[in-house]
Ligand binder design. Structure first.
Ligand code: FUB
Ligand code: ZN
Length: 668
């Protein structure tokens, strides 16, 4: 079964919670990031994005005149000015993939323009688009790092040098910009770069594949936007080459070694697990290596399987999905537990305090889930999509939209983060920007494109995956239908779908959330049947028809599998899609001394956190008193404890009230 997200300009989000988030991105995050891309945020790490684009454009002009003087720089993965020195006028700065930050920003702007036109914003994005087009070489090549530092070396280090990753982000931005404005300037730039890539790679040409995946799903998006088969073929080529021998990353490594007079290494794939190039994709069965890469690969695979009917590819997607969500995902929907390479660890290794759980990896999981839903609407995919979105993805951004988390731990002790090198990656407060700033613009683009995750449409069925209040214009069996969804999961579990306009025969499918223990779905004159975790109602739909859902938002107590060593003897709390945490500002420090019973009755209380109204939980608990034992070790005695009442807030809202301890998992 194939189904597609609704066009963004056909869905108007009305949900109070999500409207706030989307407006925040529009009003605070996007303008702030524009300043960041232009290096105008005092105290924040410079981005160099606009600077690199302009330098590349000047380099291209100078090359044409035969007057190009390359900067005095080596081709490193990240290049910063020497300490105390100003950047060289003609130099490249930042990470090798720096171009992608601005591409993500344009994509986010495009989605916001589909929500609501805005001349100023569009003019700024046009400036960025023009800068990109000016940085494109005559043969379509577009990557400022190589244009500035050594075009002759282009495409020789696919494993780590991210050209195809930047191409992927450019393409995603180009499609969104085209959809939002009807303008084809960026789309043409992406196509021309795509053609330049195709001139070099493909069947009968050089073998190669992205060292950081995304081009696969982006090419498929370009195919779906333009109908041009070549893009789907190139995506499949990249997927087919990956992990096959002789391994293309090994071959390129050997070419470099040869140039340096070093002996060659074996060209087998086994060394490339970190890059998901250790075996052919259709044989993969475990989520491994760099987490964002793995999630982006899975997304491309799911798209390819959907469009080509490749069952082997689909079965691999299923296995990778299960490995991810059954053995390697945090309760907050984060993935990639180890900071060692920002990667997936072994099954059930989900540490709370040293967690990596990169924001981009949770975003990648949401991409993967949405694509699994498109290929096969099963509620388990939507459950995980929601878990990632409402918890880790949102936690990546402060409630004022002005600072961000890259790493999303489930337990924080600021004093430890600041002194312990094993926790160097964990920040107790969000940062203004990062020298590697992949996450902030990624949050901007996913939040701005929220409607693409809420519903999907097949010929005869509208699937409602997320209960986010909105008005949506769609079609069933070719007939128009406008539906309003009234929902506010922050407040209660009642959801109502009302047909506002149109008249169409077909099916409406409402997800039965995994977290809702007792739920009902009713509609006068229509019986709901259950299918793959959805209530399905069929018949003729016309204005005034309503479907009422009652979802169970009572507080849930969760435990992790006993195989997760880290959380043995601990529980956490959740309500609807929200996972909760305790913060020092509500509960005092030393959160590890709190003891809470799974039977404790939680009261829901409305609170304002960082200006955002949230339902807090108040739960009777006990606190062990450290004064009960002064020696480091002593003969056991019942601990001295006192009664207390815990305050828990949704995880996404933590660290908005200053620096302090935080814990999701609490001792039972
Ligand atoms: O390599 C590009 C991006 O930077 C990755 O997706 C992130 O994990 C960060 O390493
Ligand atoms: Zn990131």
């Amino acid at each position: 079964m194939m189904n597609h997200p609704l066009p963004l300009n056909r869905v108007r989000v009305l949900d109070p919670f999500w409207t706030r988030e989307m407006d925040l991105v529009r009003q605070a995050v996007i303008p702030y990031q524009w300043e960041a891309l232009n290096d105008r945020v005092p105290g924040a790490a410079p981005s160099y994005w606009m600077r690199n684009m302009r330098t590349a454009a000047r380099a291209i002009a100078a090359k044409k005149l035969g007057k190009y003087v390359p900067p005095r720089q080596n081709m490193n993965i990240v290049i910063e000015p020497a300490s105390g020195e100003q950047p060289q006028e003609n130099g490249f700065y930042g990470w090798v993939f720096q171009d992608s930050d601005g591409y993500k920003w344009i994509e986010a702007v495009a989605y916001q323009l589909m929500r609501q036109p805005d001349e100023t914003l569009q003019a700024q994005a046009q400036q960025a688009v023009d800068a990109i087009c000016a940085a494109q070489e005559e043969d379509g090549y577009l990557d400022t790092y190589y244009t500035i530092l050594g075009r002759e070396k282009a495409f020789t280090y696919l494993k780590d040098h991210h050209e195809l990753y930047c191409f992927g982000h450019l393409t995603e931005a180009a499609v969104a910009w085209h959809q939002a404005t009807g303008k084809s300037d960026l789309l043409d730039a992406a196509r021309r770069f795509g053609q330049c890539i195709m001139n070099r790679f493909g069947p009968g040409k050089e073998r190669g594949c992205p060292g950081h995946e995304i081009a696969e799903m982006a090419l498929i998006r370009l195919y779906e936007e333009t109908g041009e088969q070549a893009w789907l073929d190139l995506a499949r080529f990249f997927l087919d080459v990956r992990g096959t021998d002789p391994n293309t990353f090994a071959l390129e490594e050997n070419r470099r070694r040869q140039a340096q007079g070093q002996p060659p290494l074996p060209v087998t794939s086994d060394r490339y697990m970190y890059y998901q190039a250790h075996k052919p994709v259709r044989q993969m069965d475990e989520a491994v290596g760099h987490a964002v890469r793995q999630m982006y690969l899975c997304s491309g695979m799911a798209d390819a399987a959907r469009l080509t009917g490749d069952d082997e590819m689909w079965q691999a997607c299923r296995r990778l999905w299960q490995s991810t969500v059954r053995e390697k995902m945090y309760v907050t929907g984060g993935v990639g537990g180890t900071h060692d390479g920002e990667a997936f660890s072994r099954p059930y290794d989900l540490p709370s305090d040293t967690a990596y759980s990169e924001t981009c990896a949770a975003i990648g999981l949401a991409f993967f889930a949405r694509r699994m839903l498109q290929a096969d609407p099963q509620s388990e995919y939507a459950d995980v999509l929601e878990q990632a979105l409402y918890n880790t993805v949102l936690a990546g951004m402060a409630l004022d939209g002005r600072s961000f988390f890259y790493v999303n731990p489930l337990e924080v002790d600021p004093a430890a983060c600041e002194t312990d090198s094993r926790l160097r990656h964990v920040k107790p407060v969000r940062q203004k920007w990062f020298s590697c700033s992949c996450c902030p613009p990624n949050i901007a683009r996913i939040v701005s494109s929220l409607p693409a995750y809420m519903m999907t449409r097949a010929e005869d069925t509208l699937y409602i995956h997320l209960y986010i209040g909105c008005e949506a214009e769609t079609q069933l069996n070719g007939q128009p239908l406008t539906i309003r969804l009234d929902a506010d999961l922050m407040r209660d579990g009642s959801v109502k779908a009302t047909v506002l306009a149109g008249r169409a025969a077909g099916r409406l499918a409402f997800r039965k959330p995994g977290w809702s223990r007792v739920s009902r779905c009713t509609c006068e004159g229509k019986a709901a049947s259950e299918e793959n975790g959805y209530w399905v109602l069929s018949g003729l739909w016309q204005p005034g028809d309503t479907v009422t859902l009652s979802l169970d938002l009572s507080v849930r107590v969760l435990s992790a599998s006993p195989l997760v060593r880290e959380t043995a003897g601990q529980i956490c709390f959740a309500r609807g899609p929200f996972v909760y945490c305790a913060e020092e500002c509500d509960n005092g420090g030393q959160l590890h001394l709190l003891r809470v019973s799974p039977q404790a009755e939680a009261r829901v209380e409305s609170r304002s956190v960082g200006g955002c109204p949230v339902p807090a939980l108040r739960i009777p608990a006990r606190r062990i008193l450290p004064s009960g034992q002064s020696a480091l070790y002593a003969p056991w005695q019942p601990p001295r404890q006192e009664d207390t009442v815990l305050t828990l807030i949704p995880y996404f809202a933590w660290s908005n009230r200053g620096k302090g301890e935080m814990r999701v998992w609490l001792a039972e």
